[in-house]
Every structure is written in C-alpha cells, then in structure tokens.
Design a protein around this ligand. Sequence first.
Ligand SMILES: Cc1cc2nc3c(=O)[nH]c(=O)nc-3n(C[C@H](O)[C@H](O)[C@H](O)COP(=O)(O)OP(=O)(O)OC[C@H]3O[C@@H](n4cnc5c(N)ncnc54)[C@H](O)[C@@H]3O)c2cc1C
Length: 481
Amino acid sequence: MESEDKSDCQMQRVSSPSVIVIGSGFAGIAAARALHDAMFQVIVLESRDRIGGRVHTDYSSGFPVDLGASWLHGVCKENPLAPVIGRLGLPLYRTSGDNSVLYDHDLESYALYDLDGNQVPQELVSKTGETFESILKETDLVRQEFSGDMSIQRAISIVLERRPDLRLEGLAHKVLQWCLCRMEGWFAADADTISVKCWDQEVLLPGGHGFMVRGYLPVINTLAKGLDIRLGHRVTKVVRRYNGVKVTVEDGRTFIADAAVLTVPLGVLKSNCIKFEPRLPKWKEEAINDLGIGIENKIVLLFEKVFWPNVEFLGVVAETSHGCSYFLNLHKATGHSALVYMPAGQLARDIEKLSDEAAANVAFTQLLKLLPNASASPPIQYLVSHWGTDKNSLGSYSYDTVGKSHDLYERLRIPLDNLFFAGEATSIDYPGSVHGAYFTGLMAAEDCRMRVLERYGELDLFQPVMGEEVPVSAPILISRM
Ligand SMILES: Cc1cc2nc3c(=O)[nH]c(=O)nc-3n(C[C@H](O)[C@H](O)[C@H](O)COP(=O)(O)OP(=O)(O)OC[C@H]3O[C@@H](n4cnc5c(N)ncnc54)[C@H](O)[C@@H]3O)c2cc1C
C-alpha cells in the first residue's frame, strides 16, 4: 500500500481490499486485528516508536508499571477484553466492587491523612462518602430545574446553599473535598469545567474494577501479533477521494488504500497537526473543538523499602480539592516497593511544567506531609508521565464540558465516506477507557468492512469481522488481599 505512483493503487483492486489504520492504541489495534482477520490488507501507521498509545507499561525498574491505563473497568464477560485477559491468565487485583461512589476505589481501601499527618478516622471517611453521594443525588434535582447546563462545582454549591444539613465543617469538609478530588481524577478535569448535565451519562460495565497486576502490555501485544505495524510513521495529511484514501506521513511518503480508520487521540485532532482534504465538515470540527480533553498523570516513586501503611491507597485531605491528593500503593497489589501519585486537572497541568525531578519532589513532599513520623528515605528511582504535552496524545482522556452535548462522542465517531473514526473519544457509552477504545475499533472495522465490500460487491467472499471471537473459556483471575 506504500506508494509513490498510482500503479500500486491499481494492484490493490485485484486482490483483497486495503485499509490504513492510523494509530496503534487499543482502538487502532482492535480495528486492524478485525480487518486483518476478515482478509483485508491492513497497514497500521504509528507515530511513536512503540505500540499501545495511552497504554504504556514501563519495565525500567525491573517490573511492569503502567504509566497510562492500569484498571480494567468492569470485570465481567460483557467487557470485550475479558476473553483475551482470561486466556492469557493475567491476574487482576480488585480495588472496588460494583457500586463505589468513587468508581474504581472503595472508600474502605483508603487511609486518609490531613496535612499534619493525622489519620482521618475511618468512620468519618465512610460517613462523608455517604454525604458526598447524597450531594451528587441532589445535583440531579438541580439539573432538572435548570434548562441550561452548569458545572458540577456550581451545582454542588447550589445544593449546599439549599441543604444546610449537607454542609460539612472542619475535617469532614476536607474529606468531602478529597471525594471531589477523586471525582476530578476520574474525569481528569476540574469540577468547575465538568458538565452537570452529562457527567453521569457514561455506561459502567458491571463487575467492579480490577488493577492489571502485570500491566496492559501483554494484552495489546497479543492483539497486535502478526499485524503490519509501521512505527515512527507520523501522519500529517489524509486525502479522501471517492475511490480511496491517500495518507501522507511526516517524511513525505504516501500510502494509499480503499479506506482508512483514524484513531489518533482527541488532543491530536484538536491540535490540527493532521490536515484533511477535503476539510472535515463543520459538525465534525465542532465535535473536535467542543469535547473536553482532561489530564491525569502518574508519578511513580520507587523506594528501597516500604515505610507506609499496608493499605491500597493513601490520601491527603485539604481545604480545597486542588490541595488534596492520593497515592496508589503498588506494594499491596504487586508486592513492589512503589507508590503512584496521580494528579489530575489543573494540578496535573501545573506539575507537567516541572522537570521530572521536581515533579517527583512534589509527590515525595506530599507523602512526607501525610507520614511525618515514618522513617522515609527519598525514592531510589522515579517515573513521570507527560500525557498533556506528549505530542502523540496532548491529553489523557475526553470528558463532557459545560454546555456541550454528550452526543459529541457519536458525532466524532460518524464516518465520512471511506474515512472511519475510532478511539476512546468516539465512544458515547464508554469514553475515557481502554474497553471503550477497543469497542470503537471493532465498530469502525465493521462499518469499514461493510462499506468497502458493498462497494466492490464482494460481501459474500469475506468472513464477518464480528462474531469470530472464541467464546470465553478462561475466567479472569481477580483477587483482593
Ligand atoms: C494516566 C492515564 C490513566 C488511565 N487509566 C485508565 C484505566 O485505568 N482504565 C481504563 O480503562 N482507561 C484508562 N485510561 C484511558 C485509556 O488509556 C484510553 O482511553 C485508551 O488507551 C485510548 O486508546 P485509543 O486507542 O483511543 O488512543 P491511544 O491509545 O492514544 O492511541 C492512539 C495512537 O495514535 C498515535 N498517534 C498520535 N498521533 C499520530 C499521528 N499523527 N500519526 C500516527 N499515529 C499517531 C499515538 O501515538 C497512539 O499510539 C487512562 C489514560 C491515562 C492517560
């Protein structure tokens, strides 16, 4: 499919249909795998020197650490990744049940501290969690009353004005701010930018949340086996014509095919570094502009030995959600002496401006505040992600901003002739997740297969893309200690 002239293009027509998949994250690999298995000629063009995109398992410390996604949200057979995870026998560590107010972590799994290192009594944490849930329920009434949209922050303020019984003081107020901070982490955005109309429109798969103990890499590697993936190929232009697409990469080389599946992140689309010919229609450009892209980063601190309590998470409570923070204790789930600090929203943006050393220092300083009496020695190694400034992502994952419709995800997904769109930001049901990205890749592949084969009148010659999955034979191994 790589071509300098038209003769290659002619050759494609006599053999099987051809597709270029742009991006090798979960969406791209899902689309490429499905089309490859349906006998299409598939090339994947990937700008980075690795596959996986926002799934990135680092091994530099001698064991797997995910700097991007690390949870399987929905440990159940409905999760499209369950068959491959089950077959590979990858262990998962459960961090929450089905119905946690903080989504992927149960409140019971946290030890919370104030900035002076005093631990918050667990009873207060649980009671405040319940109040937080009540406040969120009340925001539902607020959004029903107001015709326009507002931020989740504003809706919470209105609830607290009306319901003095839900207002908390002192330490309880700080714990409430911490709950808000966790919610902001889920959306990778600050509460004053998240839409109260849309914040709960995503669909949560059942089965609770499982941490991928050995990282996500084995999953994507398995799915990518045997595919023609060209690393270091940054796409700069996509030209679509009635009879095919032409894709140009940074060094000027061009690739032609019957169709293309575009899976680059929303942040990359927003940056306009890929030119489209003809220009994308206005409704598509608006969807790209109006959907929000949040930032969450991971700062992994590796220590010689464990000096913190044996809990799943450590959290710092403060007067404002911006001042709160939390650490995932990798020792609990994996046995390694490491903590993962996860700033989100504006805090993540601020920290991303710092050097890696300074960012690791911010995290370590927070840790010392919550554990002033521990015999803590500085980390022996640190790993820092840069999802907001990395030009291959330019953000962590999408979210609903104030005043914009949740349908934008669907508008981003809708194909334009022979150009198909996939990726987490095209998933109206499961945005911001690995399984959402994977689903959209399968969907784009199926749409692409139907369109290309209908056009060539060869529908009967090819296997259906969907429905080829071997039935789940191995259950997922999930546990909690
Ligand atoms: C810190 C963090 C934590 C997360 N935690 C979780 C979690 O625990 N569980 C969960 O389910 N989800 C989580 N997510 C979200 C999840 O990682 C993403 O939703 C999912 O991986 C996105 O997959 P994708 O295929 O849509 O995009 P990507 O994985 O971003 O794939 C897009 C690919 O396109 C490539 N690309 C970019 N520009 C170009 C170009 N010009 N030409 C060619 N290629 C290009 C990129 O390099 C990339 O490989 C997290 C994300 C982050 C950042």
